[in-house]
Design a protein around this ligand. Structure first.
Ligand code: ZN
Length: 202
């Protein structure tokens, strides 16, 4: 088991675009090691997702898994998924405004932004295309918290962090989050909202 050091907010590598993984790389020991390290690091840190740049590898690879997670206790279980070169397309009417029931609002956190949560509103239904760790095509529609997680991880691959998209007036440290953000507000699936724009990574 290899738990890698996690990059934290302020490390410029978190702000870079990750490179597309070439087909031949999927067979290489370095890729298999990357997958193992991502899974081990995510699980050790109680994450529901992790992207390769968070352990200092600028490749378009991420892992997602929800299994009785203490940081997001209301999330439905998601078996381990690995995504290589993912693209995510929101399934919404308009890309500028999310109508009733098109958005999900979650007080997100991040393994690279310790001690901070903030409310992020995202499309609640997305089409995900990627390769899995064996190079097989994935083309699926994901909804609810899983849709939010994959958008958070995809952002990492483009140098974007949740704090770029969060309503800055909702940012909270753990004690105050527990004290002031009632459970019903932590995950609200099926709301309306405007899509927050994030700055483009260089
Ligand atoms: Zn994150």
């Amino acid at each position: 088991m290899t738990v890698r050091e996690r990059l934290k907010l302020g490390d410029p590598r978190l702000r870079q675009r990750a490179a597309v993984v070439a087909a031949f790389e999927l067979e290489e020991p370095a890729f298999l090691q990357l997958i193992t390290d991502l899974i081990d690091t995510m699980r050790a840190a109680q994450g529901v997702g992790i992207a390769a740049p968070q352990i200092g590898v600028l490749k378009q690879v991420c892992a997602i898994e929800v299994n009785g997670n203490q940081r997001y206790p209301t999330f439905p279980e998601v078996p381990l998924r690995l995504l290589v070169n993912p693209t995510v397309v929101p399934l919404v009417e308009s890309h500028d405004f999310l109508t009733e029931n098109e958005a999900i609002s979650i007080y997100e956190g991040c393994l690279s932004v310790p001690q901070l949560r903030g409310r992020v509103t995202r499309p609640r239904r997305v089409r995900v295309r990627a390769l899995d760790e064996k190079g097989r095509d994935i083309d699926e529609v994901w909804e609810g918290p899983l849709a939010a997680i994959v958008q958070h991880e995809l952002d990492h691959l483009h140098g974007i962090l949740f704090v770029d998209r969060a309503d800055s007036t909702t940012l909270a440290v753990p004690d105050e989050y527990e004290r002031h953000v009632v459970v019903d507000e932590r995950v609200v699936d099926g709301v309306r909202g405007s899509l927050s724009k994030a700055p483009r990574a260089s």
